[in-house]
Write a protein that binds this ligand. Structure first.
Ligand SMILES: *[C@@H]1O[C@H](CO)[C@@H](O)[C@H](O)[C@H]1NC(C)=O
Ligand SMILES: *[C@@H]1O[C@H](CO)[C@@H](O)[C@H](O)[C@H]1NC(C)=O
Ligand SMILES: *[C@@H]1O[C@H](CO)[C@@H](O)[C@H](O)[C@H]1NC(C)=O
Ligand SMILES: *[C@@H]1O[C@H](CO)[C@@H](O)[C@H](O)[C@H]1NC(C)=O
Ligand SMILES: *[C@@H]1O[C@H](CO)[C@@H](O)[C@H](O)[C@H]1NC(C)=O
Ligand SMILES: *[C@@H]1O[C@H](CO)[C@@H](O)[C@H](O)[C@H]1NC(C)=O
Length: 361
C-alpha cells in the first residue's frame, strides 16, 4: 500500500516536473533541433488551424478564369496580422510557361485557401486549413501560400497534414529560391503525387537533373510512409534544411536524407496543391479535385533579416520543440543564468523530496 502510494505520488510529480519545463517563446533565446543534423535556430512560429470553426466555410469553386486570381480571401483570419505578417496567398498563373510540359492553364486563387470545419463532431480537430485544386473545363484552379520573407536560411518545417482527393495533382511543402534560370533554382521539396501508391512520398533537392538533363538519383528519393501510414492519413510531415543536408521525417521517423544539392542560399517557404497536366502531376479529370489539409504548421528558422526579437541573450536560454508535451509550445532545456544542471535539478527536487518524505516520514 505504502509503495503503491509512493509510486502513484512520484508518478504524478514526475509528470508535473516535465510540464514545468514547458515555456514561452519569449523566454527562449534559441532552439535546439534534435534530428539527423543537430542545429540551433533563433526563431519559432506555430500556426494552429484546429480551433477556427467559427471562421470556417468552404467557398464554392470560382469557375470563371477571369475572376479566379483576383478572388478575395475566404475568411477574416487571412486578413489578421497573425497570418499576414508571415504568409501571402499566391495568385500567379502559368501562362508564361513555368514548366515546359504543362498542357493547360493553371491559376492560383485565394478562393482555394480556406478554413474548413470538421463535420465529424465526434472527432477532433474542430477545423483545418485546406488548399484546394480542381480541374475545370477551361483550366485548373490551384492553391498556394508562400512566406512573405524570402530570407530563410535553414529551417525545420513541420505540418500535421493529409492529402486527399483525385488523381492528377501534387501537394507540397518546400523551400524555394527563385531564379530565372532553372538550373539555379534551389529547393528542398516534400511532394505527394495523388496518382501514386498511397504510401509513397517524394523527397527531393532541386535542381534534381544533372548536366545531361537526366534525373540525378542522389537528389531525389521516393520514400515510404512508415508504420503502414498513407499520405491520406493525418501525419506530421517534417523537412529539416540544415547546412550539410536535408532530412525528411514522418511522425518523427526519418524517411529520407540527402547531402546532394542541399540549398545554400536564402529561400522562401511554400505550400501548395496544383496540377498542370504535365508529366509530373498527370492529368486530373474535369470536375475532380484534390486537397492538402493542415491542422497546424510549425517552423524553426534562421533568417538573414534584421532580428525582431531581442533580449533573450542568444543561446543563453536554449529551448526545444522536439519532445514538447504540447505541440506548438517549446520546453526549456537549459538557461545559462540558472546553469544547465540546475534546470534539470529543479524539476527533480520535489520528486526527491517526496521520496525522502515517504521513506522516512
Ligand atoms: C543521417 O542520415 C544518414 C542517412 O540515412 C545516416 O547515414 C546517418 O547516420 C544519419 N546521422 C545521424 C546523426 O543520425
Ligand atoms: C542560426 O543562428 C544562430 C545565431 O546566429 C547560430 O548560432 C546558429 O548556428 C544558426 N543555425 C544554423 C542552422 O545555421
Ligand atoms: C480582407 O481585407 C480586405 C482589404 O481590406 C477586404 O476588402 C475584405 O473584405 C477582407 N475580407 C474578409 C473576409 O474579412
Ligand atoms: C496570368 O498572369 C499574367 C501576368 O501576371 C496576367 O497578365 C494575366 O491576366 C493572368 N491570367 C489569368 C487568367 O489570371
Ligand atoms: C519514383 O516515383 C516516380 C513517380 O511516381 C516514378 O516515376 C519513379 O519511377 C520512381 N522511382 C523509383 C526509383 O522508384
Ligand atoms: C494529359 O492530357 C494531354 C492532352 O490534354 C496529353 O497531351 C498528355 O499526354 C496527358 N498527360 C498524361 C500524363 O496523361
Amino acid at each position: 500500500m505504502g509503495i503503491l502510494r509512493l509510486l502513484l505520488f512520484t508518478g504524478v510529480i514526475v509528470v508535473n516536473a516535465q510540464q514545468a519545463a514547458l515555456t514561452e517563446d519569449s523566454r527562449c533565446g534559441c532552439y535546439l533541433l534534435k534530428g539527423n543534423e543537430t542545429a540551433y535556430f533563433r526563431e519559432h512560429r506555430f500556426f494552429d488551424f484546429r480551433n477556427h470553426d467559427h471562421h470556417a466555410s468552404v467557398p464554392p469553386v470560382i469557375k470563371e478564369v477571369k475572376d479566379t486570381a483576383d478572388a478575395p480571401v475566404t475568411s477574416p483570419f487571412f486578413n489578421s496580422t497573425e497570418w499576414t505578417d508571415f504568409w501571402m496567398i499566391s495568385n500567379w498563373n502559368n501562362s508564361h510557361g513555368i514548366r515546359e510540359d504543362s498542357t493547360w492553364l493553371m491559376v492560383n486563387s485565394p478562393n482555394n485557401v480556406y478554413l474548413e470545419a470538421n463535420h465529424d463532431t465526434n472527432s477532433s480537430p474542430k477545423s483545418w486549413l485546406s488548399l484546394r485544386t480542381q480541374r475545370l473545363p477551361e483550366f485548373q484552379t490551384t492553391a498556394e501560400i508562400e512566406s512573405l520573407s524570402a530570407k530563410f536560411k535553414f529551417v525545420s518545417i513541420r505540418m500535421l497534414a493529409r492529402t486527399i482527393g483525385a488523381r492528377g495533382a501534387i501537394t507540397a511543402m518546400f523551400t524555394y529560391r527563385h531564379s530565372e534560370e532553372l538550373a539555379k533554382v534551389q529547393e528542398s521539396d516534400l511532394e505527394i503525387r495523388t496518382s501514386d501508391p498511397k504510401n509513397i512520398i517524394h523527397c527531393t533537392n532541386q535542381p534534381s537533373l544533372n548536366s545531361e538533363g537526366d534525373i540525378e538519383a542522389r537528389a531525389s528519393k521516393n520514400a515510404t510512409m512508415p508504420n503502414g501510414l498513407e499520405w491520406s492519413d493525418w501525419a506530421v510531415h517534417r523537412l529539416d534544411w540544415t547546412p550539410k543536408s536535408t532530412t525528411w521525417y514522418v511522425n518523427d521517423i526519418q524517411v529520407a536524407n540527402t547531402e546532394f544539392q542541399t540549398p545554400k542560399d536564402v529561400s522562401n517557404i511554400i505550400l501548395n496543391a496544383w496540377s498542370d497536366g504535365g508529366e509530373w502531376t498527370g492529368n486530373m479529370t474535369v470536375g475532380d479535385s484534390a486537397y492538402l489539409q493542415l491542422q497546424w504548421f510549425e517552423i524553426l528558422y534562421n533568417t538573414t533579416e534584421p532580428e525582431k526579437r531581442q533580449g533573450q541573450g542568444g543561446c543563453n536560454s536554449v529551448c526545444s520543440i522536439d519532445g514538447s508535451p504540447q505541440v506548438g509550445q517549446p520546453v526549456m532545456l537549459w538557461s545559462n543564468g540558472a546553469g544547465r544542471g540546475l534546470v534539470l535539478f529543479r524539476g527533480w527536487v520535489p520528486v526527491t523530496l517526496m521520496i525522502l518524505l515517504f521513506l522516512f516520514a
